[in-house]
Design a protein around this ligand. Structure first.
Ligand SMILES: *Cc1c(COP(=O)(O)O)cnc(C)c1O
Length: 308
């Protein structure tokens, strides 16, 4: 694929997050804006893809085949990267053909789409799943759903250095922990590996408790051989993945007005709202300094609110 991976080093700004409830609690938050790394390749998905792309490069693949839903931020970042860097992409989609804004982008970026239905998509973890796709696309490298696993986590290691390099600009000498949204827990696992116990990582679960996020994080931590894994998972799905309620939408709207930070309802909105609840419950002492990771996902919210 001959990717210019070393020439594109995305810069995520670290900014102060000013909100009344933080000021009142005496807590400082800096937000790492992964949503701003690129106009098209947004959020944590790029970082989760990098190591997979390097492997594809190494084995001489001509492109990537991966899976996701009709609003998938992962497929969106992958298709945009394919268009930008000139490698081919194939997306295997959950369910039956639909025209979401995400799907239209995937097509515009040149991704070849196959709709698997629901049963077909559920079979994605079966041993024989990839065989026919490998036969059909022998030159494409398969990437698991969402760019997960140890390679996905390793791609997120540089986020710690990105924060450390910008602390001084905020007048901070250190921070007390990370707060971010979790879907599979891959991004959180990457931060846990990068920290190796130096600072705790708090993950707000955008999926129900029974999705096996803890097991997935443990597996990555063990595979990486890291002993000091300091993290905590906090329930934040508000009734289920992609479930949206008026309080959440109101919180997102008010936060946007007060801080200028755009959030979406699936991950970042729920994560910051869960943080507010924990702050209100006194989880963090006055004077605490936290890094909130804006994991992106704003492209996906077009499917949810018509005015965006
Ligand atoms: C995918 C995604 C997440 C979850 O990342 P994981 O590494 O799967 O935990 C969080 N936020 C946004 C915006 C995402 O698109």
């Amino acid at each position: 694929m001959l990717l210019p991976l070393s020439t594109w080093l995305p810069q995520a700004p670290l900014e102060r997050l000013n909100l009344d409830w933080l000021t009142d609690a005496g807590i400082e938050v800096a937000i790492l804006r992964l949503d701003l790394i690129d106009p098209l390749i947004s959020g944590n998905k790029w970082f989760k893809l990098v190591e997979h792309l390097k492997t594809a490069d190494r084995v001489g693949a001509e492109g990537i085949i991966s899976l996701g839903g009709a609003h998938s931020n992962h497929l969106h970042a992958l298709a945009a990267a394919g268009k930008r860097f000139g490698f081919s992409t194939v997306g295997l989609l959950r369910g039956h053909p639909q025209e979401t804004p995400t799907v239209k982008d995937l097509q515009a970026f040149g991704m070849e789409l196959h709709w698997l239905g629901y049963a077909g998509y559920r079979a994605r973890h079966a041993a024989a799943f990839w065989q026919p796709w490998h036969t059909r696309y022998p030159t494409l490298h398969p990437v698991p759903e969402g760019g997960g696993g140890l390679p996905g986590a390793l791609g997120c290691l540089p986020l710690r250095a990105a924060v450390c390099a910008q602390l001084q600009g905020l007048g901070w000498s250190d921070y007390d922990g990370w707060w971010l949204a979790c879907g599979t827990g891959t991004t959180l696992a990457g931060l846990v590996l990068a920290e190796a116990g130096d600072h705790p990582v708090y993950g707000a679960l955008a999926v129900p408790d029974d999705h096996g996020v803890a097991q997935q994080v443990e597996r990555i931590v063990q595979e990486a051989g890291v002993v000091d894994a300091v993290y905590e998972l906090i329930a934040a799905s508000r009734g289920g993945f992609a479930k949206v309620d008026p309080l959440l939408l109101d919180f997102i709207e008010k936060t946007g007005q007060a801080s200028g930070i755009p959030l979406e309802p699936l991950y970042t909105g729920k994560a910051l709202m869960a943080f507010e609840q924990q702050v209100a419950a006194g989880k963090f002492a006055r004077g605490s300094r936290l890094i909130f990771v804006h994991t992106g996902g704003l492209q996906g919210r077009r499917g949810f609110s018509p005015q965006v």
